[in-house]
Design a protein around this ligand. Structure first.
Ligand code: HEM
Length: 403
C-alpha cells in the first residue's frame, strides 16, 4: 500500500491552482492515498474514466453507517444526537432509501418546472444589477452570486425572504467546517438551523401553502413514505446544495471570463454561445471540486490500486475534467468546446438534482451581467483573489469588481 501523501487539500495556495498537482497525480499516481487534517485516510481518484466508474460503482457506499465496522465508526468524529436526523439526507444514503427520497422531490426540479422560474430569476438578477450599477464597485459574491441562488431556493422551498441573512450565516458556517475541532464549534449553529427548519415544517403543517416544504410535509402525512427526520434532512440538503454550489458557478465564471479577455470578447459578440460558455466554466473552474465521500463496502481495486474495506474515496471532478484522454487541449478555456462531457454535476444515481436550475441561474446571471455591465473588470490583481478553504467546493471568498 502506498504511503499517505503530504498534500494539503485545504491549503489556500493549493486551492488557488490545484490543477498542476492533479495533472501530476493523473500521470503518476491516479489513485493516491492522503490524510485529512484530522488524520482520516482518504483515496483521491483523478483520471476521467476512474472517476466516472467510481461515481457509479455500487461497491462504494454513501451511507457510512450501513457498512462501517464498529471500530471504524468509533474512529470517526461523533455526531450529536440532535443532529442525527441530517444523516438521513438522500446524498448520504444508498438505494432503496435514496431512490424513495429522490422520487418524492424530483418533480419539483424537472427542466419544465425550472423553466417556469425564468421570469422570477431574470427580475431578481435585474434588481441586483440595479444596485450593483448604482454602487459602481462591489464584491460580486455578496452583491449577485450569493443572493440569487439563495433567494430562488428559498422561494422554491417556501422560506420567508426575511430569514435569508440568518440562513446565509448558518450555511456559510456549516460548509466551512474542515476539521473535527471546527465541527465541534459549529454544532450550536447546526442546532439553531435545525430548529429553524423544524419550525417551518410545523408552520406548513398548520397552514399549507403552494411550496416544496408543504409538498414534503403532505407526503409524510399521507403514507409513511418519508419520516419527519427525512423531511428535515431533505430541506437542509436542498438549501445547502441549492446555493453554495451556484454561488461558485457565478463567481468562478465571472472571474474566469475576466481573466480570459479574448473569450469574454467572443461571448459579448456572440451571446448565443452562452450555454456552451456555462458548460466550459463548469468544466474549467468547477464550483464543486470533488464528489462527496464514498466508502468501500468491500476491498476493491481502482486503476490497479487496492482500497481496503471501509476506507474513504474522493472522486476529483476537477481533475477528471482536465484529463487529456477526454478533452483536447484540456488546460485551455474555450467557450466553444464541443463535445464537453465534464463531470461537474456528478454521474449515476446521485447526479445533481439541481443541474437544470443551476444552469438556468448561471445563464441568466451572466447574460444580464454582460449586457448591462460591458466594461466590468477586476478591482484586484487576480493573484490576490482568495479561495475558501473547503474540501468539496471550490469558490472565492470575495470577487471585487468595478463596473
Ligand atoms: C453549479 C451548481 C451545482 C453543482 C456544480 C452541483 C454539483 C453536484 C454534484 C457533483 C452532485 C453529486 C455529488 C456526489 O455524487 O457525491 C450533486 C448532487 C445534488 N445536488 Fe447539485 N450541484 C449544483 C447545484 C445544485 C442546485 C441548484 C440544487 C438544488 C436545488 C442541487 C441539489 C443537489 C441535490 C439534492 C443532490 C443530491 C442528489 C442525490 O443524492 O440523488 N444542486 N450536485
Amino acid at each position: 500500500m502506498s504511503q499517505p501523501h503530504p498534500l494539503d487539500l485545504l491549503d489556500p495556495t493549493f486551492k488557488a491552482n490545484p490543477f498542476p498537482t492533479y495533472a501530476a497525480l493523473r500521470e503518476r499516481e491516479p489513485v493516491a492515498r492522503l490524510e485529512l487534517p484530522d488524520g482520516q485516510p482518504i483515496w483521491l481518484v483523478t483520471r476521467y474514466d476512474d472517476v466516472l466508474l467510481a461515481l457509479k460503482d455500487q461497491r462504494l457506499a454513501k451511507d457510512r453507517f450501513s457498512m462501517l465496522t464498529p471500530e471504524q465508526l468509533a474512529a470517526m468524529p461523533p455526531i450529536p444526537e440532535e443532529l442525527k436526523p441530517f444523516t438521513r439526507n438522500m446524498l448520504d444514503l444508498d438505494d432503496p432509501d435514496h431512490a424513495r427520497l429522490r422520487g418524492l422531490v424530483h418533480k419539483g426540479f424537472t427542466p419544465q418546472r425550472i423553466a417556469e422560474l425564468r421570469t422570477i430569476i431574470t427580475t431578481l438578477v435585474d434588481e441586483l444589477l440595479d444596485a450593483i450599477t448604482a454602487a459602481g464597485s462591489v464584491d460580486l459574491i455578496d452583491a449577485l452570486a450569493f443572493p440569487l441562488p439563495a433567494t430562488i431556493i428559498a422561494r422554491l422551498l417556501g422560506i420567508p425572504e426575511a430569514d435569508l441573512p440568518r440562513f446565509r450565516a448558518w450555511s456559510n458556517a456549516m460548509v466551512a467546517v474542515t476539521s473535527s475541532e471546527e465541527y465541534a464549534a459549529v454544532i450550536p449553529v447546526m442546532q439553531a438551523f435545525m430548529q429553524f427548519v423544524r419550525e417551518l415544517i410545523a408552520a406548513r403543517r398548520a397552514e399549507p401553502r403552494d411550496d416544496l416544504i408543504t409538498a414534503l410535509v403532505e407526503a409524510e402525512e399521507q403514507g409513511q413514505r418519508l419520516s419527519e427526520d427525512e423531511v428535515l434532512a431533505m430541506i437542509v440538503l436542498l438549501l445547502i446544495a441549492g446555493h453554495e454550489t451556484t454561488v461558485n458557478l457565478i463567481g468562478n465564471g465571472v472571474a474566469t471570463l475576466l481573466q480570459h479577455p479574448e473569450q469574454l470578447d467572443l461571448l459579448q459578440r456572440q451571446p448565443e454561445l452562452l450555454p456552451s460558455a456555462i458548460e466550459e466554466i463548469l468544466r474549467y473552474a468547477p464550483p464543486v471540486e470533488m464528489a462527496t465521500e464514498r466508502f468501500a463496502r468491500e476491498p476493491l481495486t481502482i486503476a490497479g490500486v487496492r482500497i481496503p474495506a471501509g476506507e474513504q474515496v474522493l472522486a476529483v471532478l476537477a481533475a477528471a475534467n482536465r484529463d487529456h484522454t477526454q478533452f483536447a487541449d484540456p488546460e485551455r478555456f474555450d467557450i466553444t468546446r464541443s463535445p464537453n462531457r465534464h463531470l461537474t454535476f456528478g454521474q449515476g444515481i446521485h447526479f445533481c438534482l439541481g443541474a437544470p436550475l443551476a444552469r438556468m441561474e448561471g445563464q441568466i446571471a451572466l447574460a444580464r451581467l454582460l449586457e448591462r455591465l460591458p466594461n466590468l473588470r477586476l478591482a484586484v490583481d487576480p493573484a490576490d483573489l482568495r479561495w475558501k478553504p473547503n474540501l468539496i467546493l471550490r469558490g472565492l471568498e470575495a470577487l471585487p469588481v468595478i463596473c
